[in-house]
Write a protein that binds this ligand. Structure first.
Ligand code: NAG
Ligand code: NAG
Ligand code: NAG
Length: 477
């Protein structure tokens, strides 16, 4: 239980499909099917090769394309080097020469494995989870979920604060893992679905509320020896969209200033991002927020659940579309972010370490698209992977792989569960490699079979497989 992360309001589930096409193409050869290259003549533009066609994209106002990191960046970080040499080589069509030119030969960074740690897993009666259960070699970033924003009337400022009596001690126990893996980064995630929207809206309302809050964030993070902040605002809307952009931009600027002044490694900044088109369209100004973020953790799960309308069973984290379900899948969401100009290297794809179950209306009808009924009592609809391993051993269990969605689902008694197993986690990781994305985020560590006591697949079967696949792809380009 309690692997739940967010609940979609049925209203949010209305997604808008927008066909993003671009007629202007860049005058460069696409050396790779899907990749981003500098524009041959204009530093404020770049070329996005999508399925081999080089589309011309323009950076937001005041930003220039940074070829080293492949995103639109503040001008001071960019060496603007488009030259006639580049251009003539390009129009020449001699690709071997093009790759040989620049000083900015791109080395793909190691893929990120972003692991959420939850503050409540310690209280779980069965299979309780503690920081010492984390294998620090399987994550590049650990995000401690969650901290909250509180209003302090004595200073009239918004602050970061812990939730649990022992959170600060828990931060420290997670940070201790850096002795085993010095490149591990431990960040604090603020917000989450249950923290709501309003407190973020309040704290980011004006330049002065933001400035005070950001000062307090830096003090809090440094005091607890944390490496950065993950903003989990669920969700900005039309009226707070620009506040969200301003908040992230000012946090990033403050982190950079502080790093210079204190001569310390800069604090990192990420955000948990929606997977549904409705929030993406209404709440996010992606060209404005992307330069502020080190990476975007896309919550590509919970697409479906007992809240879904119509009441038919569907997988909550399909990899691809199907003939009956076009837009609730990872591939749709990721393409939407890419089409908005978010650099692939900043996109971190969420893989759930849990399934979502339904009560079947008719136990003989157990296909995707068959009806479900709501339970009489409100219960959790999420089931951790280790628990699914228990169910998989039941004599009444059956399961199958959905050929289009490329994810498994199973059924027993009156229950139906859509989940991820080792092979679907492998396929999703391979997708991240093929699309040259930034890496994978998992929600959450405690839901995998971390102790190898349930699945017979070794410790952390899902997370280990993800690491294995990403290691093979990060070296090659
Ligand atoms: C492209 O440039 C390379 C290196 O200058 C040269 O060896 C090769 O012959 C050229 N290819 C074509 C098709 O012009
Ligand atoms: C953990 O964090 C959540 C916020 O996400 C908070 O509501 C809760 O009180 C904390 N502790 C437990 C035991 O859930
Ligand atoms: C946000 O601000 C409004 C107006 O000052 C206040 O009424 C409300 O309680 C605040 N909400 C939160 C969650 O702090």
């Amino acid at each position: 239980m309690l692997c739940i992360r967010l609940i979609w309001l049925p209203a949010l589930v209305m997604m808008l499909v927008r066909n993003v096409t671009s007629t202007v193409t860049c005058d460069i050869p696409c050396l790779e099917q899907d990749a981003i290259y500098p524009h041959p003549t204009d530093c404020s533009k770049y070329c996005h090769c999508s399925w081999g066609t080089p589309y011309e994209k323009t950076c937001p106002p005041d930003l220039l394309f940074n070829d080293l990191y492949k995103y639109c960046d503040w001008p001071e970080n960019v060496v603007c080097s488009s030259s006639s040499t580049t251009k003539s080589t390009v129009t020449d069509g001699n690709t071997s020469e093009l790759t040989a030119i620049p000083t900015t030969q791109y080395q793909p960074p190691k893929k990120k494995v972003v692991c959420y740690y939850t503050n409540w897993s310690q209280y779980r009666l069965e299979n309780g989870f503690f920081p010492e259960n984390i294998n620090p070699d399987l994550c590049t970033h650990i995000l401690f979920a969650f901290a909250q924003i509180v209003w302090d009337p004595s200073t009239a400022q918004y602050h970061l604060a812990t939730y649990e009596w022992n959170d600060a001690a828990m931060y420290n126990r997670v940070i201790q893992l850096k002795t085993q893996n010095p490149s591990l980064r431990v960040m604090l995630s603020v917000g989450g679905y249950s923290h709501g929207h309003e407190i973020f809206a309040n704290a980011s309302k004006t330049e002065s509320t933001r400035a005070a809050f950001i000062d307090n964030v830096i003090i809090f993070l440094r005091e607890h020896k944390l490496d950065g902040l993950d903003v989990d605002w669920e969700y900005p809307d039309g009226s707070t969209k620009s506040q969200f952009s301003a908040l992230l931009r000012e946090i990033r600027q403050a982190f950079e200033r502080e790093s210079e002044e204190a001569k310390q490694e800069r604090l990192l900044l990420s955000a948990a991002m929606a997977s549904g088109g409705w929030v993406i369209n209404i709440g996010y100004d992606l060209p404005a927020i992307t330069p502020s973020l080190d990476f975007l953790n896309v919550m590509t799960y919970d697409y479906h659940g007992p809240w879904s309308v119509p009441q038919v069973m569907r997988h909550h984290s399909a990899l691809y579309r199907s003939s009956i379900d076009e837009i609730y899948n990872i591939d749709w969401t990721i393409k939407k972010y890419l089409a908005a100009g978010v650099p692939s290297s900043k996109l971190v794809v969420g893989i759930p370490m849990y399934g979502r179950y339904f009560i079947m209306a008719n136990p003989k009808k157990h296909d995707i698209g068959d009806p479900f009924v709501l339970p009489e009592e409100q219960t959790y609809s999420s089931m951790p992977y280790y628990k699914i391993c228990e169910k998989r051993k039941l004599p009444g269990w059956s399961e199958t792989l959905h050929p289009e969605h490329q994810v498994p689902y199973g059924w027993y008694d009156d229950k139906w569960v859509g989940f991820d197993d080792v092979s679907s986690a492998q396929r999703k990781a391979q997708y991240v490699c093929n699309q040259a994305l930034g890496g994978i985020m998992i929600w959450s560590l405690d839901c995998d079979d971390f102790s190898a006591s349930y699945c017979g697949e070794g410790k952390y079967p899902l997370l280990s497989k993800i690491n294995t696949v990403l290691e093979t792809c990060s070296g090659s380009s």
